[in-house]
Ligand binder design. Structure first.
Ligand code: ADP
Length: 387
């Protein structure tokens, strides 16, 4: 203990030893070779941690930064021992030199332990070549996905579009039948015609909804859309339904989104008309459309005080053709919420609902401020090809 205290008290004292030049017999050549070599090693050792620090600062998110720091300290201390060795030719601070060597030893052992500890993790880290390969693979998968999406969309579009023409013929012939022979037909025959006409009408709505569903999300050239204007337009178009429902609609200040206007209109139109449709008859209908800024996305809330949705259906209602009510209770095709989900999924957002059965439902949707669709990613050419 005494020795330890004495050691640190006289850490920089040099009078116990002669300078190294006077220890033994050095020729000038031998001494300067020693000094110059030590100083060269010291300079190189100084440069390495500086390069490492610059690397860690420039390359944000470097894995295992702790190991980098330890390694930098280890190299710096190794350099210091060489500098001291050179200095000792004039300044024989043997205590200080021993102390720096001791520190170097401690840091070296810590570096070795850290390297062994993180070895597996380091082996698991991907090299930039591996990353490039994976990115190319993902890009190919994205392109394939975009292509097959487009094919499906095309199929749904063509199928529903082509169905419109025979349907028009059926409706026309039913109308013709009624106008030409209506007065000759009995009540039963009239009912048959009416039922067929009503079924054809439903089919027309179904085909139109399917067409809308197949079309949404296909346009990726976006423009700024003022959501205040868009919602006002939807409300004006559904003024009759609002009056029938005796509804009051509260619209918060809404943001401007950069997206495809028709997609956004489909989403908000479906949510608003559902709010009016699934109302409670015993209370005046109340709707509210609000938006919150989440930083990198906007969150919208479309709330009603309608019939509500039981918890077990909160996810199912977003599936296509899923309806919770019979056609006679509430008309509909079961495509509206699936269309909303399709748009929001493509836009990289989320849609969900909370509801109290018998009291109302709130649909929440998030839409990123900068929308990146699969098509956008598939079109990216910023990857470097890998051999
Ligand atoms: P549609 O309204 O054509 O039936 P949607 O896909 O829009 O189809 O909705 C699916 C089902 O979710 C509806 O049949 C209805 O049962 C339920 N639903 C949707 N919106 C609401 C709402 N605001 N309140 C209560 N139930 C709703």
């Amino acid at each position: 203990m005494e020795q330890l205290i004495d050691f640190f008290q006289r850490l920089f004292q040099t009078n116990d030893w002669p300078p190294r030049w006077f220890c033994g017999r050095w020729t000038d050549f031998h001494g300067w070779l020693y000094i110059v070599s030590d100083l060269t090693i010291w300079l190189a050792y100084m440069a390495i941690p500086l390069i490492l620090i610059r690397f860690v600062v420039l390359k944000k998110g470097v894995p295992l930064p702790g190991v980098f720091v330890l390694f930098g300290a280890f190299i710096l201390l190794c350099g210091a021992t060489h500098l001291l060795d050179a200095m000792m030719f004039w300044w024989p601070a043997y205590r200080f030199s021993a102390f720096i060597r001791f520190l170097t030893g401690v840091v070296s052992v810590a570096t070795v332990i850290a390297l062994i500890r993180y070895f597996n993790e380091a082996v698991g880290l991907k090299t930039s070549r591996e990353f490039d390969r994976e990115l190319v693979f993902r890009q190919q998968a994205m392109q394939e996905l975009a292509r097959s999406n487009q094919e499906l969309q095309q199929f749904a579009y063509v199928a529903s579009h082509d169905l419109q023409s025979p349907l028009k013929t059926i409706v026309n012939y039913l109308t013709l039948l009624e106008t030409k022979y209506g007065n000759q037909l009995d009540g039963d025959a009239q009912r048959l015609i009416d039922t067929s006409t009503a079924a054809a009408g439903r089919m027309r709505i179904l085909i139109n909804d399917l067409l809308d569903f197949s079309r949404v999300g296909s346009v990726t050239e976006f423009q700024p859309v003022d959501m205040n204007q868009l919602v006002a337009e939807i409300l004006t178009e559904h003024q009759d339904d609002i009056e029938t429902a005796n509804a009051t609609v509260e619209v918060g200040p809404l943001p401007v989104l950069t997206a495809h206007r028709t997609d956004l209109k489909q989403v908000f139109q479906n949510l608003i008309t559902n709010g009016l449709k699934y109302r409670r008859v015993d209370v005046p209908t109340k709707l509210s459309i609000q938006a919150t800024d989440l930083g990198d996305a906007y969150q919208f809330a479309v709330a009603d005080n309608g019939i509500g949705i039981e918890p077990q259906y909160h996810e199912r209602v977003f599936q296509i053709f899923q309806r919770l009510h019979g056609r006679n209770e509430y008309p509909g095709t079961g495509i509206g919420l699936a269309t909303c989900k399709k748009v929001i999924d493509i836009y990289g957002g989320q849609i969900w609902l909370t509801s109290i059965p018998g009291a109302g439902t709130t649909f929440y949707l998030t839409i990123p401020k900068e929308i990146k669709t699969v098509q956008h990613y598939a079109q990216t050419n910023s990857l470097h090809p890998v051999d």
